[in-house]
Design a protein around this ligand. Structure first.
Ligand code: AQP
Length: 356
């Protein structure tokens, strides 16, 4: 008889720089929506933050800032779990097991590794940067989480996490049976006796990959040298207005059909942002703005962006004014996460065959 894993949502955000609209629409806003009907664990992934750059002088304030963004956006830390990754050492322990399950070639094929390593030789990038997806798989699977809301840029890492889970399930098949902790599931057409679930990425909506305001072919990113390329959650209304006003566009009016956005990356991006902020589809937005010039659309986008983001920014500032509150939330979340992760790790230790 086949079964299913208990649904559990997990996701994380790195404490590396100011959160921007891409993080908000691609991830955090989805976290908030999912908490209504699901058990959710949301993590500030500080261990990931040292993969690309080792020394951070403001790590603690960055961690608090991400946690504040979660809470300010509407995540309930009492009903769900909000914590920072380094408070739960089981993430790193499971990542080590996964480092031994995964193959080096799988890691070397990751687009994000190739982009971040940027042709530099192996002496200049950390081993952690290469192994990053293995830690990401452990973040999710140490809770045996089933659903992961992320932006489109993380799709490849989640596919890799599925490969790691699948290889673990196959390599340790007999050991999993012996512990009685696995369940029979179907993967594709195949029945599999699984300890780890096949993670389902939750990517989608009208803005799964928010692009730079300066170049519609590049992802909006914390590390872009130009601050005009992104809207930060802590930008004030004037700054948001200035950035949208200066956003690159083309000279044509907006089309009436979504098809008409093809080959117009900047227009497509701004329409997607509007749709995501308004909880509409791109087709809905074009039904209202088709045939209009950017001189009409941009002010409407400014108004909407400020309406949605200003309360989040204001609440973040308020929360960050008293760090003891945020620290208490993270401490409590860390304790609850640790208790859950230890259940999985004890079972993994038994499955692998470590003596405890
Ligand atoms: N532009 C984006 N559009 C949609 N979603 C995005 N995410 C990031 N950028 C976009 C999603 O936000 C979540 C947290 O991201 P992260 O901080 O863990 O990592 P990141 O992808 O490395 O963020 P940045 O801004 O792109 O940083 P740098 O500049 O260092 O590369 C994830 O769910 C991610 O998909």
């Amino acid at each position: 008889m086949t079964g299913t894993f208990k649904p559990l949502v997990f996701s994380g955000v790195q404490p590396t720089g100011n959160l921007h609209l891409g993080n908000y629409l691609g991830a955090i806003r989805k976290f908030v929506a999912l908490q209504q009907d699901n058990d959710c664990i949301y993590c500030v992934v500080d261990l990931h933050a040292i993969t690309a750059q080792l020394v951070h002088d403001d790590m603690r304030s960055q961690i608090r800032s991400i946690a504040a963004a979660f809470i300010a956006s509407g995540i309930d830390p009492r009903k769900h779990i909000v914590f920072n990754q380094s408070a739960v050492p089981q993430h790193a322990e499971l990542a080590w097991v996964f480092n031994c399950v995964a193959r080096i070639g799988w890691m070397e094929r990751m687009t994000q590794f190739k982009d971040k390593a940027g042709g530099r030789n192996a002496e200049q990038v950390s081993l952690g940067l290469l192994a990053y997806p293995s830690l990401m798989a452990a973040d999710i699977l140490v809770y045996r989480a089933t659903h992961v809301p992320v932006g489109d840029d993380q799709k490849q890492h989640l596919e890799l996490a599925r490969d790691i889970a699948q290889k673990f399930n196959i390599d340790f098949k007999e050991h999993i049976r012996a512990t009685g902790k696995g369940i029979d599931i179907v993967v594709g057409e195949e029945p599999v006796h699984a300890y780890f679930p096949m993670i389902e990425p939750l990517i989608g909506g009208p803005a799964p990959r928010v692009m730079s305001l300066r170049d519609g072919t590049k992802k909006m990113s914390k590390s872009d040298a130009s601050d005009l390329s992104r809207i930060n959650l802590l930008d004030d209304a004037d700054t948001v207005a200035k950035k949208i006003r200066k956003a690159k566009t083309d000279p044509d009016a907006l089309p009436s059909e979504v098809e008409g956005l093809k080959g117009r990356p900047e227009a497509d991006n701004l329409v997607g942002i509007y749709a995501a902020l308004a909880d509409k589809t791109k087709a809905d937005v074009l039904a209202d703005f088709g045939g209009r010039q950017f001189s009409v659309f941009k002010p409407a986008l400014v108004e909407l962006a400020v309406e949605v983001l200003a309360p989040v920014g204001a609440e973040m500032r308020r929360l960050l004014g008293d760090t003891s509150h945020i620290d208490a939330i993270l401490r409590d979340g860390g304790e609850r996460a640790r208790a859950r992760a230890e259940v999985t790790m004890n079972e993994v230790r038994d499955i692998v065959g470590f003596l405890r």
